[in-house]
Design a protein around this ligand. Structure first.
Ligand code: KIV
Ligand code: ZN
Length: 513
């Protein structure tokens, strides 16, 4: 069986999803989990796009040791230099440069002739190769490019030193047969193609990203690119968990495998969903809530008699473990620490102590504290920046009645340590809380989006709220979990505001790739 490299771009193309806005600590947490998942290459960001992205890429490159860390650059020397500064401490520094090759992009976006595009591509690859041991070159919008032009430019960038050639279906336009043909065409016509690995990068605008990636593998791609949960620009990228499980389950058909540790899929998917706020649809293949649920009586009967009647993937294979050890109110600090480690968390002593207190608090309110609850508590603690002063909710009260206008009273500690209190009303309880917080904060805040979900099942399940705000014109997001929906709502709002204070976030110049 041939090995196919997995190139994960959750932290770059995935982070380009509308509304997604990860901070440095969250990116590092995802990077560590991607390393555990066993990706071969992770694209950590686009360092030239903002100081924050630069810092995050640098820290990831310096932290991750078991896979190659790469970053995106436009075909500018300054982008390449910035990427080198961010990546040079990595285990295997690698650069990803792109330039559009389709007539639409060359004419309207780049405003360059095909010859100028070739010259720019060759120059940038040669320049990158002076610094980086590995250089990947992407022909943006390859699937809408002229095949013979592609052959010509690919030959030239290979001569200039490229190690990997990526043929992105940037706008998700190709069909599986066409995409496979493109790979075959390039393999048959580019005379120095044996010197490089071919890579597939598919977007899901027509819902064909995974099928297209599988088709590329069959046509000679030695690397597939994608994201966890398929997040990404517009309709997203190819979902890596779907591709890797498809190769495993259908190994009778595909003679290829990835090195992914399939048991890490569930945790990776949960972490990415939680930190990005992009909920996983219940019917999503491999990781959706219903992917292993059998609803009809006939199916249930069949599965009870023999699981393979209706189940082609076992939940266990992707890390869904129904025999979780549940912690309760008698569990001590040691058991809690062990559990946290078994869930993949390595917290500092002070964070572990605080997480333990939150856990103890929850055991007083909830019969069983599940892995989902612990995952929420531990992730929140792990990604919290302790070093910066912030707004903190001290106490709040909401008066609600079907014939009264809801009123919220909130006591808050400000970043300067002062306590302030106010009451205000709204059409609903959440609005009353948000109006009151507005009055208590110095920042100018506008709510853009609000999502509510529950962690696990049952009446006493934790509520999780995800909000998107603009704070002083900077778009940001926040999350909060609590047993009470209103408390979770208040925490999410303050979390978003605190994030902008902690990061001095500037509007991020995300590349539209
Ligand atoms: O979709 C795309 O073309 C990209 C490139 C930057 C590789 O993401
Ligand atoms: Zn892309």
């Amino acid at each position: 069986m041939a090995h196919v490299n997995v190139f994960d771009t959750t932290l770059r193309d995935g982070e380009q999803s509308a509304g997604v806005n990860l901070n440095r600590l969250e990116k590092i947490e995802i990077a560590k989990q991607l390393e555990r998942l066993g990706v071969d290459i992770m694209e950590a960001g686009f360092p030239a796009s903002s100081q924050e992205d630069f810092e995050a890429v640098k820290e990831i490159a310096n932290t991750v040791r078991n896979c190659s860390v790469t970053a995106l650059a436009r075909s500018y020397k300054s982008d390449i230099d910035t990427a080198w500064e961010a990546l040079k401490g990595g285990a295997e520094p690698r650069l990803h440069i792109f330039l559009a090759t389709s007539p639409i992009h060359m004419t309207h976006k780049l405003k360059k002739t095909p010859d100028e595009v070739i010259e720019t591509a060759v120059e940038s690859v040669a320049y990158a190769k002076e610094k980086f041991p590995f250089v990947q070159w992407s022909a943006e919008d390859a699937t809408r490019s002229d095949y013979d032009f592609l052959v010509h430019i690919i030959e030239k960038v290979i001569e200039a030193g490229a190690d990997v050639i990526n043929l992105p279906d940037t706008v998700g336009y190709a069909t599986p047969v066409e995409y496979g043909k493109l790979f075959n065409y390039v393999r048959e016509h580019v005379k120095n193609i044996d010197q490089v690995t071919l890579s597939a990068h598919c977007h899901d605008d027509l819902g064909m990203a995974v099928s297209n990636s599988l088709s590329a593998i069959e046509a000679g791609a030695g690397q597939i690119e994608g994201t966890i949960n398929g997040i990404g620009e517009r309709a997203g990228n190819a979902a890596l968990e779907e591709i890797s499980v498809a190769l495993e389950i259908r190994k009778d058909h595909y003679d290829f495998h990835t090195g992914l540790v399939l048991k890490e899929i569930k945790r990776t998917s949960d972490l990415v969903s939680k930190l990005t706020g992009m909920q996983i649809p219940g019917n999503k293949a491999v990781v959706g809530r219903n992917a292993f649920a059998h609803e009809s009586g006939i199916h249930q009967d069949g599965v009870l008699k023999e699981a393979t009647t209706y189940e082609i993937i076992t939940p266990n294979m992707v890390g869904i473990d129904s025999n979780n050890l549940v912690l309760g109110k008698h569990s001590g600090r040691h058991a809690f620490k062990q559990k946290a480690e078994s869930l993949g968390f390595q917290l500092t002593d002070s964070k572990l102590k605080e997480a333990f207190l939150s856990f103890k608090d929850l055991t007083g309110k909830k019969k069983e504290v599940t892995d989902g609850d612990l995952f929420a508590i531990l992730t929140d603690k792990q990604t919290e920046n302790e070093d910066v002063a912030k707004y903190e909710l001290k106490a709040f009260q909401v008066q609600y009645g079907s014939i009264n206008r809801p009123t919220a009273t909130i006591l808050l500690t400000r970043p300067d340590g002062k306590e302030v209190e106010k009451a205000s009303t709204g059409e609903g309880s959440v609005e009353a809380i948000y109006n009151t917080l507005d009055e208590l904060l110095d920042e100018e805040v506008h709510l853009q989006d609000y999502q509510l979900s529950s962690i696990g099942k049952g009446r006493d399940a934790l509520a999780e709220v995800y909000v998107q705000l603009t704070v002083n014109e900077v778009t940001t997001s926040g999350r909060g979990s609590a047993q009470d929906v209103l408390e979770a709502s208040a925490h999410a709002f303050l979390n978003a505001v605190n994030r902008t204070l902690q990061s001095n976030e500037q509007p991020v110049n995300k590349v539209q790739a």
